[in-house]
Every structure is written in C-alpha cells, then in structure tokens.
Design a protein around this ligand. Sequence first.
Ligand code: COI
Length: 365
Amino acid sequence: MDSGGSTTFAVEKTSHPVSAKDREAILANPGWGRNFTDHMVTIRHSEERGWHDAKIGPRGDLQFDPATMVFHYAQEIFEGLKAYRQPDGGGALFRPQMNARRFHNSAVRLAMAPLPEELFVESVRELARIDRDWIPSAEGASLYLRPYMLGTEIALGTKPSAGYLYGVVASPVAGYFKSPTATVTLWVSENYTRAAPGGTGAAKCGGNYAASLAAQAESLREGCDQVVFLDAVERKWIEELGGMNIFFVFEDGSLQTPPLTGTILPGVTRDSLITLARDQGMTVREEPYAIDQWQADAKSGKIREAFACGTAAVITPIAKVRGRRHDFTMGNGKAGPVALKLKKTLLDLQTGRSNDTYGWVDKLF
Ligand code: COI
C-alpha cells in the first residue's frame, strides 16, 4: 500500500457532525481528553496483506471479540501530539516525525508490526485537516491527537499478535493540570518503580501507564498532584514523573535532566527544550540526579527551579516535593523564570508567533 499522500485514505465524512454551536461551547472550555472530534483514523495490519484498509471515517465504537489478544497480554502502544492554531487561521503540528519514530520504536519493543513512519505522519495530518474546525484558538488550548495500535488476533497463546489495528482519535484540550497556581506538588514513590533496565520504560505502551497508576493514586492520597519515580535498581536516581519528563534549574542558570538510559521515555518536549535552551546559551546536562541530592540542593539554594514537561504537561513548574523521607520547596514555591521563559519560547514556536528556524512546525493548511 502506498504510504504517502492523502490518497492513501478512504475518506467518509460523518453525517452527524457535532453542531457548530456545541463545538464552540466545547472549544471554549475543552477540559482534558473528554471531548472528541467528529472523525477517526483506522488502518489494519495482517500478515498476508501488511498495512491495508486505511480509513478516515465517522468517530464511533470499535467491536472486538473478548479473546482479542490486547485484552489479555496488553500488546498496545500509543502516541500524543498536538495541532496548534496559527496566527493566520491555519493549523500546524509540531515535529510529528519524532512521534512517528518513537511509535516505530515502541512497536519494535512490543514485538508489533511497525507502521511506516510516513503513514503515521500522513494519518495525523489528515485527521487534523478533516477536523480542522476543532483546533482551538484560545491561549493554551490545542487539538491533542492520540494515535494508538493494538494486537487484534483472537487467540490466548502468548505470542505476538498476527493482526493489528492502528487508529487515531483527536480531542480538543486545555491545560493538563487543574491547579489554579499552574504548579504541581510531587510525591516521591518509594513503594513502586516505573521501569527496570531491559524493560519497556523507553516505549510508549499502555502497560507503563497502567503500572504507574497505583503510585499516582498514592500521590493523590498524599495530597500531591504527580508521582516522581526513582530508578528500580538503587532507588536513588530520579527518572521521570507519571507521564512526563523532568528538568532541574541550578543557581548558575544551567539545566539538568536525567539521561535516556532505556528506562525513561524519550520525550519530544524534552528533546525540543534541550535544543531551545542550548540555543539560548544555557548549559544543559543529561546526567543522573539523586533524590537526596535534590533535597539537599533545594535546602541550600543550589537548585532554583524544577519543572515537568511533556506534550500534555507542556512545561509545568514543580512547587513542592514530598515523600516518606522528603519534604522541600522549590525556590519560593512559585513558577520560576526559566520555566516560564522556556514555556513561552516553546509555545511561541508551536503557535507560529515566532519564526521556526528548526523546521519543526508542520503546516497543515
Ligand atoms: C502526553 O504527554 O502526550 C502523554 O501521553 C502523557 C499522558 C500522561 C497524557
């Protein structure tokens, strides 16, 4: 099957679109991940036919046999990227090729059939184009695209599925966190780890997120917003949060983020911030940082800020950190200037308010 160009997809427009009035009401207050656009992508894979039957059709239910493999062995991966309204009324994606590459790598790690990267990019572009009226224009809002893939073979043996379904749904979103101060408090997880060496930590698979939920629930019970995971071997090194990467800002203005050792998700926002910060003259280290050191540096003033980053989280400053053995505040407990400056730089680029010298902005229309 041809993997490039919009002719790849059979397009069927919905006969029951959400009315313009209802859509505008949703876009005025989209929340996060609870409202969806009118259409969706589906593409099938079988051993005989490879990737085939690419469709963009009305959004609706999917039907599966109860013995479908994904329900039992969780052969499932996903991605997250956003379409942003541009100043001229157009729309643009941000670095979709990075998501396509990571999706490919996740598929390989989960022993799934990799989707051609071109086809991934075309699928998200086409869905965002057909549902272009759903791209919000309010500050901080965007259209979140959620590609996913799952094993569809009907069988209970533990082996890679012989068939797959790839799909994309889209959801208008505003901020991921509800915090009115736009900062988060972290809970240091000592009972749970997220990923071990040789495991699936670097893959974006649903299983990693399922495994994080008990720790996330513990964090909420403790009055925090997010969990921070430590490495599984020494229980010492900071890895990442429940679904986002982490950066630290030191008193000399340098930045540090945990290195990609195979247990951490290689975030597109993480990668973009490293480049943007270096281009603004900042030193950025990809080096391990220990939780006890963080507490000591926060108390001595050596560290000034920390922030979470991801497609959903964008850049969210960390105000406080708590745990069984930890309790400290970052700076004055408010959003710090470095986090705010980097957030503005990133959002200006994504929303077309600044000139894209990187070739990261992927114009849709
Ligand atoms: C994203 O940032 O796109 C994610 O998939 C993280 C998830 C917690 C929403």
